[in-house]
Design a protein around this ligand. Structure first.
Ligand SMILES: Nc1nc2c(ncn2[C@@H]2O[C@H](COP(=O)(O)OP(=O)(O)O)[C@@H](O)[C@H]2O)c(=O)[nH]1
Ligand SMILES: [Mg+2]
Length: 405
């Protein structure tokens, strides 16, 4: 049997897979006539993965369901709506589908409707499209947003007029959002961030994490929830784990089993951060790079040794061994640490120091993944060696920030 030390990447990707499958799934219904730009919109929000590799499964006459492994979002996409007349059948199918799913398990429920109208066509039909939105938004709890697709120029009068027209229909809507999902000529994309923010605001809180994970544009939202998760995990460690005994140089030698358990905990935190960033950003390859970098680029006992050495080095920056000054992050933990040391509670102090280190590794992973996500969006992907090097720099930065005045 290979130990996780021999395959830290496999260990981390496995933990990430589990964290993602534990996330309640978010299901988005995308409705609109053929050619309005539904697929382009979905690609813009979720990256190429969903449309390229997602396997459609027919749900009803006019709906197919798409998902890809590792992504906690399901898309229910309408197809074959050519005539306004088709929309009546679509309305009935949708109402029936919503009800059926509400009777089933929660992971089958629908969470938001994006109704797409082409701003290029500049037509909204109150008697069919308006009727669908009135029926769905009025008789169910499904939040509905109208997306004005192919809104090439955000300043365009025609787009503003169409938006006003839809808004004045008094439909049960949570918003009307003009979007250009994919740039054209010299017109840059716009509006996707607004759509994501509005969706986040209106979907059920329970599936928000899944939505934040799957979308590829709002990197700030991913970073915020990843950092919150790091705090949560570090707090859990206070009660769940035995004293840290690994930092041999600085704090005396512990047994090897304890040291391995601690490394596993750190990899767990990194895997959970990756789960929040999502597979489009935190690819298996990148997560493997992070896991291996945590072991100083080596597997087996050599890797464990590298990790312990690095952790000891980082721990030296933490008070009261390191400079006891005003603390920016983890202030609660550091005061707990100082109190424990003051009361001569060595076991407690070790535990708190371990929490701080988990926090440093988790925050560094989040920072470097955010950087990678920004680079991906700008079309200049970070090569793996740069990614690993940036992670090391972030570790130092986070350790220093923990004691920064
Ligand atoms: N440049 C640009 N083209 C778009 C946009 N949305 C849709 N299109 C184009 O419109 C056509 C239909 O889009 P598609 O997403 O397949 O529509 P669907 O049938 O609703 O899924 C394709 O040729 C797209 O390239 C957009 O935001 N920008
Ligand atoms: Mg399509």
């Amino acid at each position: 049997m290979t130990s996780f030390l021999d395959n830290p990447g496999g260990f981390a990707t496995g933990r990430r897979r589990r964290a993602v499958s534990d996330m309640p799934r978010c299901t988005i219904v995308v409705v609109g006539k053929t050619g309005v730009g539904k697929s382009t919109l979905i690609n813009g929000v979720f990256g190429e993965q969903l449309a390229e590799t997602g396997v459609g499964r027919p749900v009803t006459q006019h709906f197919s369901e798409y998902s890809v492994p590792g992504m906690p979002v399901t898309i229910v996409d309408s197809r074959g709506i050519e005539l306004s007349q088709d929309l009546r059948a679509v309305t009935d199918e949708l109402l029936r589908e919503i009800e059926d799913r509400l009777r089933g398990p929660a992971d089958r429920h629908l969470h938001v409707l994006w109704y797409c109208i082409s701003a290029e066509g500049a037509r909204f039909e109150p008697e069919t499209e308006g009727a669908l939105l009135r029926a769905v938004g009025g008789s169910t709890d499904l939040p509905c947003l109208v997306v004005l697709t192919k809104a090439y120029d955000p300043e365009d009068q025609g787009v503003a007029e169409l938006k006003r027209f839809v808004e004045h229909e008094n439909l049960p809507l949570r918003g009307v959002v003009p979007v250009l999902a994919e740039g054209r000529y010299d017109l840059p994309p716009h509006g996707l961030d607004a759509l994501i923010t509005a969706t986040e605001a209106h979907i059920d809180e329970g599936v928000r994490a899944a939505f934040v994970n799957a979308q590829v544009r709002e990197i700030g939202a991913k970073l915020t929830s990843a950092l919150a998760r790091v705090d949560e995990l570090a707090d859990e460690q206070d009660t769940a784990y035995r004293p840290l005994a690994f930092a041999s140089e600085a704090f005396g030698r512990g047994d090897a089993g304890e040291e391995e358990r601690y490394l596993r905990r750190v990899l767990d935190v990194i895997a959970e951060v990756a789960a929040i960033f999502g597979v489009a950003t935190a690819t298996d390859e990148r997560l493997e790079v992070l896991a291996l970098a945590t072991l100083g680029g080596q597997t087996g006992l050599k890797g464990l040794h590298n990790f312990l050495r690095n952790a000891s080095r980082l721990a030296l920056l933490i008070p009261p061994v390191g400079p006891t000054v005003t603390v920016k992050i983890g202030a609660k933990l550091v005061s707990a640490l100082i109190a424990a040391e003051g009361a001569n509670r060595v076991d407690k102090a070790e535990r708190v120091r371990a929490q701080l280190l988990s926090r440093i590794y988790g925050r560094a992973a989040a920072a470097v993944l955010a950087e990678a996500a920004h680079a991906d969006l700008a079309g200049r992907t970070l090569p793996d060696p740069d990614f690993a090097a940036r992670f090391d720099e972030q570790l130092d930065h986070e350790a220093a920030a923990a004691v920064e005045s």
